[in-house]
Ligand binder design. Structure first.
Ligand SMILES: *Cc1c(COP(=O)(O)O)cnc(C)c1O
Length: 375
């Protein structure tokens, strides 16, 4: 297997030379925004646990009770023997939260997104994707035999032009975008996009991974997917849509049919997290308020979500900035290509209900002092 190892070593050398090699750093999350790395305590601004629910005692208790009662794993695909009643309860709850008639739970958001485009489109169809759409939406598009075209980020004119030019020649059109873009934190103009989609009989899929629980959705798309792994603090993914669409997906979504069901504990944790989301609306406003406080201190544009990017350019600069903040006790992981476009390596700060204003102010002061690229 010399050629195999030689191939891997060559590829790693290239990644090293470009500053793009990725390495794992063991990180223990202690609850709140506290983590430890290499024995050092840090305050994390890089978790998507926006509401601090991953360590909420009520969420943990629900998961533990489900493990005790139902075991650690689901045992099989939903369509075989893995269809635990907790999953149907979670789907009913998600459908209600999203204002849809039904929902389907997947093992993760990634697994949902690689299933939806191929289940709804075929050869002779067209997929139109925002150029900044998440890697798993684009992976889903690639798994469909439909042709995929990308449109400029959040550009309604570009999308309209593509629809005018291409709609007549194809059977079905699926549009892919995100409510909150994961690496930039900005929001899609969904009201106008939905109208445009309806005008051209195109189907709009909105990825709500970073929206649920932290931004108010002003409009709903016919296809609303999301994750249980961010604001809900657990693990899993879902699609909420009309009853016939969800029924079709139960037969056609390959990453639903051919994979083991979500463990009962994950379903129980998500149900408990949804209870908290509903009972404590004040918690939902905190991440965005803290993001705005941080941005104001640094005179950055007003954030539209709890995600605030600080673009520094090269991968080396992003890694340097991240290391400088880590030395001060803040964890802000560098985001590099291909996760973001070349030349836009960045620190991506995410704010959580678990942060307090004083810590956010200290972070802003450290950023201003340590990162020359910041405004
Ligand atoms: C995180 C994320 C996903 C994937 O969700 P997981 O449950 O983590 O697999 C999908 N889309 C977007 C935009 C995301 O940020």
């Amino acid at each position: 297997m010399d050629s195999l190892d030689a191939f891997a070593r060559d590829a790693l050398e290239t990644l090293d030379a470009e500053g793009l090699r990725r390495r794992l750093t063991p990180t223990a999350r202690l609850g709140g925004a506290q983590v430890t790395r290499g024995g050092r305590p840090l305050i994390s601004f890089s978790c998507n646990d926006y509401l601090g629910l991953s360590h909420d005692p009520r969420v943990k208790a629900a998961a533990m009770a489900a493990v005790q009662a139902h075991g650690a794993g689901a045992g099989a695909s939903r369509l075989v023997t893995g269809d635990h009643p907790l999953l149907a309860a979670l789907e009913a709850r998600l459908a209600a939260v999203k204002g849809k008639s039904d929902a389907l739970v997947f093992g993760s958001g990634y697994l949902a997104n690689i299933a939806i485009p191929p289940a709804l489109t075929r050869e002779g169809d067209l997929i139109l994707a925002d150029e900044l759409a998440h890697a798993c939406l684009l992976a889903g598009a690639r798994l469909s035999a439909a042709r995929t075209l990308r449109f400029a980020h959040n550009d309604l004119d570009a999308l309209a032009a593509l629809l005018r030019a291409e709609r007549a020649g194809v059977r079905r059109v699926l549009i892919l975008t995100e409510r909150v873009f994961s690496m930039d934190g900005d929001r899609a103009p969904l009201a106008q996009m939905r109208t445009l989609a309806e005008d051209h009989d195109a189907w709009l899929l909105v990825d709500d991974a970073h929206g649920l629980g932290v931004v108010e959705p002003e409009v709903s798309a016919p296809l609303e997917m999301g994750t249980l792994s961010k604001a809900l603090g657990g693990y899993g993914g879902y699609l909420a849509a009309s009853a016939p669409v969800i029924d079709l997906l139960r037969s056609r979504a390959r990453s639903f049919v051919y994979t083991t069901a979500l463990p009962p504990a994950s379903a129980a944790a998500a149900l408990a997290a949804l209870d908290i989301l509903e009972a404590e609306p004040e918690r939902r406003a905190r991440p965005l308020a803290l993001a705005r406080r941080f941005a104001e201190a640094l005179r950055l544009p007003v954030p539209q979500s709890p995600i605030v990017p600080l673009i520094v350019g090269t991968p080396e600069r992003a890694l340097g900035a991240s290391a400088a903040l880590e030395a001060e006790g803040f964890l802000a992981v560098a985001i590099r290509p291909p996760t973001v476009p070349p030349g836009t390596a960045r620190l991506r700060f995410t704010f959580s209900a678990a942060h307090d204003a004083e810590t956010v102010d200290r972070l802003a002061a450290a950023v201003a002092r340590l990162i020359p690229e910041s405004p």
